[in-house]
Design a protein around this ligand. Structure first.
Ligand code: G3D
Ligand code: MG
Length: 205
């Protein structure tokens, strides 16, 4: 019987500060919605084991730890991502308008091998604040369609709406991406960006 190697999927969550990225991750990984809990997350990422199409995979979900300003996240954050989750607040249009910049930033920093087919998932969060909604489902879906049929979910981290479903799709698409990379295509361009080999020290033995 063929042995299947363990799969580690790296997922990163991007979006403006305050849209609910940390809360969504907490709800999914720890089944908790609590503002107190947030302060205790000092780690760069949380992990969760999930079954995806008969395979046990470990999802490593990277959060931004409050450094959402562009270009402050560093290469390690983006490196090797298998899926990128873009989050906005359906009640704050600016956070939706900024999705373009977050997507571009990801593509520049992570440099995926096949940018047109890299798996993104968009989450419109805080739908529990019903009377405050400013971005319609239709508007969000149009953006997602234009950007290459990105899956779109409307979530509430607070009331645990669609969080499980969204992360299941994230895991599924991340796994697909991982498998594609494993097929032996040329490595991503980012790998070419090695520093030049270190110079030999004179007189070294
Ligand atoms: P961020 O990690 O994207 O910066 P946070 O966002 O997860 O820190 O959430 C920012 C604020 O939005 C928090 O409120 C949090 O409780 C709230 N929030 C997150 N998700 C939801 C949601 O689905 N519905 C509602 N109503 N609020 C949500 P505080 O007051 O702690 O700043
Ligand atoms: Mg946060």
């Amino acid at each position: 019987m063929a042995t299947r190697k363990k799969v580690l999927l790296k997922v990163i969550i991007l979006g403006d500060s305050g849209v609910g990225k940390t809360s969504l991750m907490n709800q999914y990984v720890n089944s908790k919605f609590s503002s107190q809990y947030k302060a205790t997350i000092g780690a760069d990422f949380l992990t969760k084991e999930v079954m995806v199409e008969d395979r046990l995979v470990t999802m490593q979900i990277w959060d931004t730890a409050g450094q959402e300003r562009f270009q402050s996240l560093g290469v390690a954050f983006y490196r090797g991502a298998d899926c990128c989750v873009l989050v906005f607040d359906v009640n704050l249009p600016k956070t939706f308008e900024n999705l373009d910049s977050w997507r571009d930033e990801f593509l520049i920093q992570a440099g995926p091998r096949d940018p047109d087919n890299f798996p993104f998932v968009v989450l419109g969060n805080k739908i529990d604040l019903e009377d405050q909604r400013r971005i319609s489902t239709k508007r969000a879906m149009t953006w997602c369609t234009l950007k290459g049929n990105i899956p779109y979910f409307e979530t509430s981290a607070k009331e645990n709406v669609e969080v499980e479903q969204a992360f299941h799709t994230i895991a599924k698409n991340a796994l697909k991406q991982e498998n594609d990379v494993d097929l032996g295509f040329p490595p991503p361009s980012a790998i070419k960006l090695h520093d030049p080999p270190p110079k030999q020290k004179k007189g070294c033995c």
